[in-house]
Design a protein around this ligand. Structure first.
Ligand code: EPZ
Length: 416
């Protein structure tokens, strides 16, 4: 079990370069299952979830070679059964259903476990597949989907689910006829997967808007692609500068992907200078409190909610955050209380009083973004903290302790 030992109250400075987006790379890897031949992906983050997904793809018959940000995937024949243990360990594995249904006409995928941020049903995914002619059964805690030949459908999502949008997009690439997805998710990662699929020979348009249209084709080839920068990693490090009263530069970011965060921290008093692929941020003498609700893109991202809540402990006044995307994403606040934070949680809202002088404590991360938030709290706290559960952080952040050290933080990794 890995831990971070953090000596707080070091003011961060310098420049951090952002890696490729976890929530794009994972889906591009899965999309390769639709194609044939050798794929080369650039700017792939070296994180545990990518390695887990590589394991899933290898179990399905793909060859995966991954080295310092470059991935080579070779797909010829594909199996239909995903390894249960891997699917249970990473929800994103359910994204293979679309490609397997489209390519093989069937897929057996373990029901993904719940996780620390709430129930995460798959009804929108499964209903989309059924509207395209698939039958879905549950056998031994596995979803078994069958569709001799998927056909196009006009599908309206009850909620703009990111994963369901990607799953149905991929299934529809080789379905018979046209599929329209209405109330589709609009995240930048959806645009990435559309571009990748089209390079493979698919006919997808509309990604980034609420209506995506896919015209089925007979088969797909291979493609090379570079993953967009990770907007959540970028936001996390920007908040690390602010919570330590520091100033610095986030490089290799697409500023338009983090506009809600930039607007929010600017309203809090942060000094910002935005360039084409970089953001410079400076801390104000006093951070102002704020009110924000998370929302699907282009709203404020739920994946930065724990991190911005932690920054709110340093704002002068009372802040309020409402979590509208997941139904249980405040677990980390129990850990912030150990640092001395003044936080109240109601059903979907959290209220934070500040500024509070945080004191180092023993903390335990329950999930990826909660872990990032606890590290931010420890960076701001007086004295030393221990953050347990770093394996959660490693799922989505490449070498966080090295990057924070390069910015002047005292963070050390210990393995037990
Ligand atoms: C993706 O998860 C991301 N993960 C999440 O990032 C992110 O928080 C989420 O999108 C929202 O932006 C990956 O891309 C691998 P959803 P996903 O389907 O696709 C409900 C991180 O930290 N829902 O948009 O699972 C669901 O319960 C992770 O990087 C249904 O009810 O998100 C949730 O409340 C955490 N039925 C809401 O919709 C469904 O069929 C959003 O889920 C599907 C979803």
């Amino acid at each position: 079990m890995a831990k971070f030992l953090v000596e707080g109250q070091r003011t961060l400075g310098g420049t951090v370069s952002i890696n490729g987006a976890k929530n794009s790379a994972l889906k591009l890897m899965v999309a390769a299952l639709l194609g044939q031949g050798t794929f080369r992906l650039e700017n792939v983050p070296d994180i545990t979830d990518v390695k887990t997904m590589a394991g899933v793809l290898q179990a399905l018959g793909a060859d995966v070679c991954f080295n310092s940000g470059r991935m080579e995937l070779t797909v010829s024949s594909v199996e239909g059964q995903t390894p249960e243990a891997l699917v249970k360990s990473m929800r994103a594995s359910v994204q293979v259903m679309g490609p397997l249904l489209a390519r093989l006409g069937w897929a057996r995928v373990a029901k993904p476990g719940g996780c620390n941020i709430g129930n995460r049903p798959l009804d929108i995914h499964l209903s989309g597949f059924e509207q395209m002619g698939a039958t879905i059964e549950v056998e031994d805690d596995m979803y078994v989907a069958r569709a001799p030949r998927l056909h196009g459908a006009d599908i309206t999502f009850r909620y703009p689910s990111v994963g369901a949008t990607e799953n149905i997009m991929m299934a529809a690439t080789m379905a018979k006829g046209r599929t329209v997805i209405r109330n589709a998710a609009r995240e930048p990662e959806i645009i990435d997967i559309q571009e990748f699929l089209n390079l493979m020979g698919a006919k997808v348009k509309g990604a980034g808007t609420s209506v995506i249209t896919i015209d089925g084709v007979a088969d797909l080839g291979a493609a090379n692609f570079s993953v967009i920068p990770d907007r959540i990693e970028a936001g996390t490090y920007l908040l690390a500068f602010l919570i330590t009263g520091g100033s610095g530069t986030i490089e290799n970011v697409i500023p338009e992907h983090i506009v809600p965060l930039l607007h929010l921290v600017s309203a809090m008093g942060a000094e910002l200078e935005v360039e084409e692929r970089a953001v410079h941020v400076g801390s104000p003498p006093k951070l102002k409190p704020f009110q924000v609700s998370t929302a699907p893109y282009p709203g404020f991202p739920t994946d930065l909610q724990p991190q911005i809540t932690t920054l709110a402990t340093q704002a002068f006044g009372r802040s309020r955050l409402v979590e509208e995307v997941f139904d249980r994403r405040f677990g980390y606040t129990r850990e912030l209380l150990k640092l001395g934070a003044r936080i109240e949680v109601s059903k979907r809202a959290v209220f934070v009083e500040g500024p509070t002088k945080l004191r180092g404590a023993q903390l335990s991360a329950g999930d990826l973004r909660a872990g990032a938030a606890l590290v931010l709290g420890a960076l701001a706290a007086e004295g030393n903290s221990v953050v347990c559960g770093v394996e959660h952080i490693d799922r989505g952040y490449e070498a966080m302790e090295m990057r924070l050290q390069s910015l002047g933080a005292h963070v050390e990794r210990t393995e037990e």
